[in-house]
Each structure stands twice: as structure tokens, then as C-alpha cells.
Ligand binder design. Structure first.
Ligand code: S3P
Length: 166
């Protein structure tokens, strides 16, 4: 059985929607960031502090390669997972890719009080999120089988649309 793989920016709702979708499909839920934290015993911010973004991306690559080998899981990926070509190939080969498309306004709203995302600790998170989207939106689209708008929509509604369209 194919995996269902959720991609999209920080604040798209990948973890919330992934968990609900997995429940509906009665499949295990996996989250690449959680897997990195389990393997290292360290939080994502600590990994960024100690190893830099480069170190984190290498750990992310290894985890994505492994998780994409599984069968019959719902997988939520970190927002930057699509940056590397090898990750994009693994994700495409790993299952059906769903892009949770989300405006910068919504991303900001959903991540406003978040201390767990090192890239958003800058003084101007709106500029950061806009710059990331300019680079990443084409990459999310390039591997997506299905693109779903999540703005102003509760997670359950998004899950229903994913189920309809897969
Ligand atoms: C990142 C997104 C985060 C996490 C890390 C880097 C990014 O995951 O992987 O902080 O580069 O966009 P979420 O998309 O689950 O917040």
C-alpha cells in the first residue's frame, strides 16, 4: 500500500492534518521532525544550535530516505524537506504527495507563539516566511500529486478533501 506524504510550509497544519488523516485511514502516522528528535534525543532547536541548519538537513535527509521506504503510512515532512533534490526524489517515489498550500498570513497566524521553529526566531518572521515560500512553493508543486488549499479551513475539512481527491 502506498504512503500518503504531506508537504508544505511551517504552519500548513501537516502534523495536525496528518494525524487526523492517519486515523481516518487506520494507518500509522509518522512525522520526520519527531523521528529526528527521537533518533538524536535532542529538540530541533538544539540540533540547529549545535550543528547548524546544514547538520539538521543531513539528519532530515537520512530520516526521509528511511521513512519513504515504509509502506502504508501517513508521513508529515518538515517545511524544508523539499529543498534537496535527493529528498524530492525519495518523496515522489515514496507515495502520493499532498501539498498543503497555505498563505504567509495563515502561516504567521498558526506559528505566532512558536518557540520550536529556529527559522522563525528572527525579528521579522513575515519576511522570512515570504522568502522561504518564494523558493519553496515551486518545489512543493513540482512533486505534488494533489494540491489542497488550507487557508481558513478547519483540519477536518482539509482531511475530507484529501480523502476525496486521493
Ligand atoms: C523547517 C520546518 C520545520 C522543521 C525545521 C525547519 C523549515 O518543520 O523541520 O524547523 O525549513 O521550514 P515544520 O514545517 O513541521 O514546522
Amino acid at each position: 500500500m502506498k504512503n500518503t506524504i504531506l508537504v508544505g510550509p511551517m504552519g500548513a497544519g501537516k502534523s495536525t492534518i496528518g494525524r487526523l488523516l492517519a486515523k481516518e485511514l487506520r494507518l500509522p502516522f509518522k512525522d520526520s521532525d519527531k523521528e529526528i528528535e527521537q533518533r538524536t534525543g535532542a529538540s530541533i532547536p538544539l540540533i540547529f544550535d549545535v550543528e547548524g541548519e546544514g547538520g539538521f538537513r543531513e539528519r532530515e535527509r537520512a530520516v526521509i530516505a528511511d521513512l519513504c521506504q515504509l509502506e502504508g503510512v501517513v508521513l508529515a515532512t518538515g517545511g524544508g524537506a523539499v529543498l534537496r533534490e535527493d529528498n524530492r526524489q525519495a518523496l515522489r517515489a515514496g507515495g502520493q504527495v499532498v501539498y498543503l498550500c497555505t498563505s504567509v498570513d495563515q502561516q504567521l497566524e498558526r506559528t505566532a507563539r512558536d518557540r520550536n521553529r529556529p527559522l522563525l526566531q528572527a525579528s521579522d518572521p513575515r519576511s522570512v516566511l515570504s522568502a522561504l515560500m518564494a523558493i519553496r512553493d515551486p518545489l512543493y508543486r513540482s512533486i505534488a500529486d494533489v494540491i489542497i488549499e488550507t487557508d481558513e479551513r478547519p483540519p477536518r475539512m482539509v482531511v475530507t478533501e484529501i480523502l476525496d481527491r486521493l
